[in-house]
Design a binder for this molecule. Structure first.
Ligand code: SF4
Length: 316
C-alpha cells in the first residue's frame, strides 16, 4: 500500500449530510483515501473532484494507496479550541482514523484528545480497525462524551468473504470483540451495520445475530444501510468477490445494477431488520439510512406503510 501526504485545510467541519443521518453535526477527517481499501467505499465518488488526485496523478477509485495528513491533530486542536458552536463530531466521515497509515502517526488518539480536551464536544468514533482498543484509556477519561462504534458488516462466519472486499480492515469477529469490550468497560456504544451486502449479510439469521450483538452491547442507536452504488463501488466489489471465488455473491451483487432488483433488496432488508430489532431489542433505536432515488414507486409506497426506524435521505 503506497502512502501519500496531502495537507488539508480544515480541522473540524460542519456536516449537513451527517446531521441528516443523525450521526453528527461536525466531522473530522485525517486524509483523502483510506488504506483499508474497502471496494464499496463511497469516499472516492464523494471526493473525485478534489485536486489532490489530479496533482498526485491518482485515480480516486483505485484502492492500492492511501492519502493521509499527519498534521491533522494540529488543525483539530485549533478548531476544537476556537469554534464557538460545538456539538457531536464524528471521527471520521470519509476515511478511518485507525487505518494502517493513520496508526503510523497515532491520528485517532491525537485527534480524540484534541477534541475532548475542550469542553462542549462529544465524539462519535467509527472505525473498522481494532487498533482503536489501544486508545481506550482516552475514552475512559471522557466516557460520558464518547459514543463508541465499530463498523460491522457481517457476522463472524462471513470473515473470509468480507476479507475479499475489506482487505486491510480487521476481521468482523475482532471488531465485534472490541465492541463487546467497550461495552464491558462501561462505554456508551452504538451499532453501525453498513452496508449489509446481498447474499452475504442480508440473511435473516445474519441480521438476527447482528441485532443480538447490538442488544447485548446496549447500543444507543443502530444504524443500517443497504449497499451504496455510487462511483465504482459495484464493479469493484463484484470483481473482488468473483476473483476470490465468491461467484454466487458476485452474480447477485451485479444484479443490483437493475433498479427494480436494488429496490426489492432494500425493501426486504428494511423489513428483515425491523422484524429482528423488534424481536431482539428496541425499534426506537433503529436508524435505517435510505436514499429513495433508486426505489421503485411501488416499493416506496410499501415501505412508507411501516417506516419506523427509516431515515429518508431525499433532498427535501
Ligand atoms: S474503512 Fe471506511 S473509509 Fe476506509 S475504505 Fe473502508 S469504507 Fe472507506
Amino acid at each position: 500500500m503506497e502512502e501519500y501526504h496531502w495537507p488539508l485545510r480544515n480541522g473540524i467541519t460542519r456536516t449537513r449530510g451527517f446531521e441528516k443521518k443523525r450521526l453528527a453535526q461536525f466531522a473530522v477527517n485525517c486524509g483523502l483515501k483510506c488504506g483499508h481499501g474497502c471496494t464499496y467505499c463511497s469516499t472516492g465518488a464523494v471526493l473525485r473532484r478534489h485536486k489532490a488526485f489530479k496533482e498526485l496523478g491518482l485515480s480516486p477509485f483505485e484502492n492500492s494507496y492511501a492519502i493521509v495528513d499527519p498534521d491533522t491533530p494540529v488543525r483539530v486542536a485549533r478548531d476544537a479550541a476556537s469554534k464557538h458552536e460545538r456539538g457531536l463530531v464524528e471521527l471520521c466521515t470519509l476515511v478511518d482514523a485507525w487505518s494502517p497509515e493513520a496508526q503510523k502517526y497515532d491520528l485517532g488518539r491525537r485527534c480524540l484528545e484534541a477534541i475532548l480536551s475542550q469542553p462542549g464536544w462529544t465524539a462519535r468514533i467509527l472505525t473498522k480497525n481494532v487498533a482503536v482498543a489501544k486508545d481506550f484509556d482516552v475514552i475512559d477519561k471522557y466516557k460520558s462524551r464518547v459514543l463508541f462504534g465499530m463498523s460491522i458488516t457481517a457476522a463472524p462466519d462471513k470473515n473470509m468473504t468480507m476479507a475479499a472486499v475489506e482487505p486491510h480492515a480487521s476481521p468482523n469477529s475482532e471488531r465485534i470483540s472490541v465492541l463487546r469490550e467497550a461495552h464491558s468497560r462501561g462505554f456508551r456504544t452504538y451499532a453501525m451495520f453498513c452496508p449489509l451486502l446481498p447474499e452475504i449479510s442480508d440473511w435473516s439469521q445474519q441480521i438476527d445475530e447482528l441485532m443480538g450483538i447490538a442488544a447485548e452491547c446496549e447500543a444507543e442507536e443502530i444504524f443500517v444501510e443497504p449497499v451504496n452504488l455510487r462511483g465504482r463501488a459495484l464493479p469493484l466489489t463484484c470483481d473482488a468477490l468473483w476473483n476470490n471465488g465468491y461467484l454466487n455473491e458476485a452474480v447477485v451483487l451485479a444484479s443490483l445494477k437493475d433498479k427494480q432488483v436494488w429496490s426489492e433488496y432494500a425493501r426486504e432488508l428494511i423489513l428483515k431488520v425491523q422484524q429482528s430489532v423488534r424481536r431482539r431489542y428496541d425499534i426506537s433505536r433503529l436508524r435505517f439510512l435510505l436514499y429513495p432515488s433508486r426505489l421503485t414507486p411501488a416499493d416506496t409506497v410499501r415501505i412508507k406503510k411501516d417506516d419506523i426506524g427509516v431515515i429518508w435521505l431525499d433532498r427535501k
